[in-house]
Each structure stands twice: as C-alpha cells, then as structure tokens.
Design a binder for this molecule. Structure first.
Ligand code: NAP
Length: 275
C-alpha cells in the first residue's frame, strides 16, 4: 500500500513511518516543514502529487496548556487541518487514519469504568475540544476513516515527553510533586504504531488503542525511576495543587486490553532510547 504520513517528525509519526516501512508498504513521510496541514492548497497538491491509498494524520497541535490561550492555533491544526487532510484524501480516493485523544472525554474522578468508543465526549479543555471538532470533521468528510483515540504517549523525538521529563528531574535533589489523581494508560508510540497498522483490517469507525493496564502519573513516575535505578524523593499531589493552565480528565482509561501492558511499553522504550 502507498501511505502518506503527516506530522512524520513527531513521536508517533516517526514510529508509524518505521512500522509501515518494515511491513513493506511504500511510505511518503511528510514533516510539518514539507506539508503544513493548515495550508489547504499544500494539502491538495501533496495528495494529487503522490496519489496515496491511505493517509495517516499524526500531525497535531499537542501543547495542552498553551492551547488554553492559543485557541485559534489549536483549532487551525486539530480541526481545520484535519478536515483538509480527510477531504483531500477522499478526493483522491484515499482513506484516512486520524489520531485523537482521551481528552475528548470528561473523565470524572468518580469514574471507574473504561471509556468505550461510543461513550459521549465532553472535553474539559481547549485541546480536547479542538480534537473533538477534528473527529467530527474527519467523519463528515471522508467515509473511509479510522479515528484512533489514544492517550499518554511517549516515543522517540519527544524530548518533552513524561518519561524524559521524569528521567531529567529524577537525577536532581529536590522533592518532586507528581499528580496522583489522574489515571490513564501510558502508551509507547512504537506499540501504538503496530496497533494502527493492524487496525486497517477492521471496518472504518472509531477505535481506542493504548497499551493495556492503568496507573496514575505518580505511579508511572515511580515505575520510570525504578527501571532507571533512580530514587528521587517524590510526593503525590492532586490536580488542583499542580495548577496547570488546562484542566484534565481524572479517569480517562480507554479500555484497550489487547496490546502489551504499559509496563512492557515502558521497558521497551527504555531499552531502545538513546541516552
Ligand atoms: N502526546 C500525547 O500524550 C497524546 C495523547 C493522546 C493523543 N495524542 C495524539 O496523537 C497524535 C500524535 O501525537 P504525538 O505525541 O506524536 O505529537 P507530537 O510529537 O507533538 O507530533 C506532532 C507533530 O505534528 C507536527 N505539526 C504541528 N502542526 C502541524 C501542521 N500545521 N502541519 C503539519 N504538521 C504539524 C509537529 O511539528 P512541530 O513539532 O514542528 O510543531 C509534530 O512533528 C496527535 O494527534 C495527538 O493529538 C497525543
């Protein structure tokens, strides 16, 4: 298959390109530098120039806190950009895989059941609202769509991802305050890329794909430090105490129990990362 990948320099984009190539697909990898998805004319000419069978849109505005003030920027990429990619793919007869997020859900603290793909979204923050708008626009503009919601991603090229941040902070001396009342499934992008490629044998629709199992950020941090042989002093705190600009779901597990455990994802990432 001939597959065009947008956002190819991102954490997930890199692993999608690698996984598709390893499976013998012809990959057209486009980073933001070569294809800005907010530029309708560029999106059209990229599709017409390459005639893909499938487009995988991993490009996104992912700065969750900054999105609270950069509302237009977040919607331009996550909603309008997604529309352009889905619509132009359809014009060329291509399907689209579009990546979305657990942040489309409210994730009340009282919740204990994993979300199912047809549960009602109700985002708490601008980023989540922009991604939800993107989902709607993709569904409406390309009937051959696979919308893949995932969460808590970390992978190569993500110097600001949670694992890298904890490894950096873990080598210092100060007491670290880590949120303990948000629960999710940390997901290694290499595992997600495999799951995305496997999903293509399924009918178009909305799917949840993550590593299996669940933990809080505090528990995730403990696992990272344990695997790295670090023992920083850390204190569990509540979301309100952390005071981030964007509110976040407290429990937004997406209930995918078919893939490797999140602890396995972390172990694989740690063994592959270049120090
Ligand atoms: N990270 C998470 O925890 C998480 C959780 C759930 C869902 N997701 C979703 O998963 C997908 C992949 O996330 P990720 O973690 O791989 O994100 P990432 O590392 O931030 O990669 C996103 C890529 O998109 C590029 N991009 C931004 N604006 C663009 C534009 N206008 N045109 C083309 N490319 C553009 C970025 O380029 P620049 O770096 O130059 O801006 C970056 O290379 C996204 O849809 C995201 O919403 C992520």
């Amino acid at each position: 298959m001939r597959v065009l990948v947008t956002g190819a320099a991102g954490q997930l984009g890199q692993d999608v390109v690698r996984t598709l190539s390893a499976r013998g697909h012809e990959v057209i990898a486009r980073t933001r530098e070569h294809l800005d998805i907010t530029d309708a004319a560029s999106v059209r000419s990229a599709m017409e120039g390459t005639s893909p069978d499938l487009v995988i849109n991993t490009a996104a505005y992912t700065a969750v806190d900054a999105a609270e003030t950069e509302v237009d920027k977040a919607f331009a990429v996550n909603a309008t950009g997604a529309l352009y990619v889905a619509r132009e793919a359809h014009r060329c007869g291509a399907g689209i895989v579009h990546i979305s997020t657990d942040y489309v859900f409210r994730g009340e603290s009282s919740r204990t059941a994993a979300y199912k793909p047809d549960d009602l979204p109700s985002p708490r923050n601008v980023y989540g609202a922009s991604k939800l708008a993107g989902e709607h626009l993709v569904r409406q503009s390309n009937p051959r769509h696979w919308i893949v919601r995932t969460q808590w991603l970390y992978g190569n090229g993500g110097s600001g991802n949670f694992v890298e941040t904890m490894l950096r902070l873990g080598s210092g001396n100060r007491t670290l305050r880590i949120i303990d009342d948000q629960v999710g499934s940390p997901t290694f992008t290499a595992h997600l890329a495999e799951a995305i490629v496997e999903l293509l044998t399924e009918a178009p629709g909305t799917y949840h794909r993550t590593n299996s199992g669940q933990c809080s950020w505090f528990e995730f941090a403990q696992a990272i430090w344990q695997m790295a042989g670090m023992k920083p002093t850390a204190q569990p705190i509540l979301t309100e105490e952390y005071g981030a600009a964007a509110d976040r779901p407290r429990f937004s597990v997406l209930g995918d129990d078919r893939g490797p455990a999140w602890t396995q994802g972390l172990a694989d990432y740690m063994s592959r990362r270049s120090p």
